[in-house]
Design a protein around this ligand. Structure first.
Ligand SMILES: NC(=O)c1ccc[n+]([C@@H]2O[C@H](COP(=O)([O-])OP(=O)(O)OC[C@H]3O[C@@H](n4cnc5c(N)ncnc54)[C@H](O)[C@@H]3O)[C@@H](O)[C@H]2O)c1
Length: 333
């Protein structure tokens, strides 16, 4: 069982859910790298107590005595800092690489910055894994590398990214493959579906955005006609996949679609969330509006997840209705 975890982007939505899951279930040492461009110290404090090593402590990261069970260290630095990546990877069993530019739209606005963070940032941590002998590297990819194709998407399809974000995640998958095949680092690239759930209040992904709009009594804005579809996966199912990917044998160099194999239109999602909203007064006034579709967004997407079922022994357990109810409830707290 993996014990010493390095989580880049650990202050974000998926990172904090992973940390919450790890510290609840077992005794782990966790080291986080995050530049706080999205997540904050306050966000992290919602899920755990943590230490922030100062500059002199950073020189001691290779010291086995600092790997205390139950301890969480936050290092506020950018993943573009290659030297820090090597320092921070000392005595680590698994790197879960989550820090990234996370959206299609920002990548369309600024493709170069998306490339630097998602490609060079990923290379920095793969290289750190190589230099420090870290055995396992779990990479947060997305369905975006595949691009526009007839769904369901699966791992054997030739990728044709639609957006710069898809291209940068594809490059990350490429480096993962190369670092396994050339250097033996057991890389596992997980292509997350559209993830939703608690601790996503800073996100602009569609579930979080709609719930915030409903709670604020605002109309729900859909880009395009709403027939575009996504495969929505509840955060607990995703965290389970990350933990399996960190521990499973014989999955080095592999890519897995991690989703639900269910397609939901964005207009259907909006109607369902409106119905779920408890506040009838607000609900009656809220309309669903349509604006122009955005460049870089694929039309329809859902995934075939049979490879993850077969090789990781993973399957999603939370239905969309159940997951949305839990998420709406969390946002209402
Ligand atoms: N949430 C989803 O639906 C989804 C879907 C597919 C893939 N992913 C991938 O999963 C990963 C995590 O996504 P998330 O939803 O938790 O995003 P998030 O924005 O909530 O978390 C990302 C964290 O990374 C940090 N970060 C960003 N750039 C950094 C940098 N240059 N150096 C150090 N830290 C940096 C941010 O401060 C933030 O705390 C990303 O790689 C994303 O592309 C997410």
């Amino acid at each position: 069982m993996v014990r010493n975890w390095l989580i880049t982007g650990g202050c974000g939505f998926i990172g904090r859910n992973l940390i919450l899951n790890l510290i609840r279930s077992d005794e782990f040492y966790i080291r986080i790298i995050d530049n706080l461009s999205q997540g904050t110290r306050q966000d992290l404090a919602q899920v755990c107590k943590f230490n922030e090593p100062d500059a002199s402590d950073l020189n001691c990261l290779g010291d086995l005595n600092c790997l205390l069970a139950g301890r969480v260290d936050l290092i506020v630095r950018d993943i573009l800092d290659a030297e820090l990546a090597i320092q921070a990877s000392a005595n680590i069993d698994v790197i879960v690489h989550l820090a990234a530019n996370t959206g299609v739209f920002p990548s369309v606005e600024d493709p170069r910055s998306d490339c630097m963070t998602n490609v060079i940032g990923t290379l920095n941590y793969l290289e750190a894994a190589r230099q420090q002998g870290v055995k396992r590297f779990v990479f947060a990819s997305s369905s975006a590398p595949v691009g526009e194709c007839q769904p369901p998407i699966h791992e054997a399809l030739a990728p044709h990214p639609f957006s710069p974000y898809g291209a940068s995640k594809l490059a990350g998958e490429g480096y993962c493959s190369a670092y396994f095949r050339t250097f033996g680092i057991e890389t596992v690239a997980l292509r997350f579906g559209n993830v939703y759930g608690p601790l996503s209040d800073h996100k602009e992904s569609v579930v979080a955005k709609f719930i915030k709009q409903i709670n604020d009594g605002k109309d729900l804005e859909i880009y395009g006609d709403g027939t575009q579809s996504r495969d929505f996966i509840y955060i607990d199912d995703l965290i389970n996949a990350i933990r399996l990917a960190a521990n499973a044998s014989d999955c080095g160099g592999e890519i897995f679609q991690i989703a639900t194999n269910r397609e939901t239109a964005v207009s259907e999602l909006a109607s369902e969330l409106l119905i779920m909203s408890n506040n009838v007064n607000i609900k009656q006034d809220i309309k669903i509006t349509n604006s122009d579709s955005r460049p870089g967004d694929v039309k329809c997407s859902y995934a075939d997840i049979s490879k993850a079922k077969r090789m990781l022994n993973w399957r999603p357990k939370v239905s969309l209705d159940e997951g949305l109810e839990k998420t709406v409830e969390w946002f209402g707290k």
